[in-house]
Design a protein around this ligand. Sequence first.
Ligand code: NAD
Length: 353
Amino acid sequence: MRNSFTYQGSAAHIVFGEGKSDEAGAWVEKLGCKRALVLSTPHQRADAETLAERLGPLAVGVFAGAVMHTPIDITAKAMEAVKQSGADCLVSLGGGSTTGLGKAIAYRTDLPQVVIPTTYAGSEVTPILGQTEGGRKTTVRHASILPEVVIYDPGLTLGLPVGMSVTSALNAMAHAVEALYAQDRNPISSLMAAEGLFAFKTSLPRIVEAPGDREARAEALYGAWLSGTVLGTVGMALHHKICHTLGGTFDTPHAETHAIMLPHTAGYNAAALPDLLGPVARMLGGSVGGGLWDFAKSLGAPLALKDLGLSEADLDRAATIATENPYWNPRPIDRQSIRALLQDAWEGNRPTN
Ligand code: NAD
């Protein structure tokens, strides 16, 4: 890989540090903007309103309607708010759902975005937008989608509940694990992926024990930046395909689905890639899949798809859809193997690879 690769750095401006979200207004001005529309989910409305107050005359309103998977009817409502407010930029405060709404607006208007992430999902550093219409999810990749400025303020993640912190972090770790064996990986993406995994490995047990541990929160958010960045720069494989199938067709929750599937998909690929995934096994003190499963269990993460409301009868259809138009994967995929992998994930079995 070191003899032949292509590499392009991200155009995004990254600002990292406790209290840095106080600089949101300065970044709006640096972008040459004067009229920011603040976005959030209904759950984070109060925080979005506080942020708008802090922005003072730079804020022209709050749209607190973001929901999971960026449905286009919500985007249409937000577009109306953009038009009525005369907004010239977006400030998104929240997790992947809020970031997704900001990206959907930017894709339609090319408005610049300042994103202040409060989960570890990593969407803020990718040029990828997933949208849903009539229950169908489609994905687009475009330069206008990549946020211009991302402000990582660990203080804003202190209130992320422990359960969500764990599943969100395992979602991010899945980006990093798949980046390690991506077909188009490069030395920088592999370094970032390994560093991101290590950041979560060290910080997550501390967050579970003490959710207010500021140092551990900063370390996890650092891992989120690294893992999100590799998601945005190299291609994903079997793991993301299965999670998109389960989320898109059976509406399983995003972060939990990633958390449950990761040990199984990584274990499946580890059988073909002992070298590339060796660092994961060594870091977690076991086999790749087994080590990830033990780590998830130690953090209290969900381990079985059956606990997400998926019925055993759905597994046949899931295996068919996941193998119909497969993404590139380092280990060949066949329906029978994926069906068996799904059965193990449904039951919550510990992978052996
Ligand atoms: P989310 O944004 O849906 O957040 C879940 C809930 O937690 C929301 O109610 C939110 O308001 C709340 N929340 C967020 N941060 C909080 C905090 N610090 N304290 C308390 N509550 C908080 O969840 P997510 O997992 O971050 O995002 C999932 C979405 O992001 C999915 O739609 C997924 O497809 C998308 N995503 C996209 C990409 C991409 O590159 N396009 C990457 C990752 C995820």
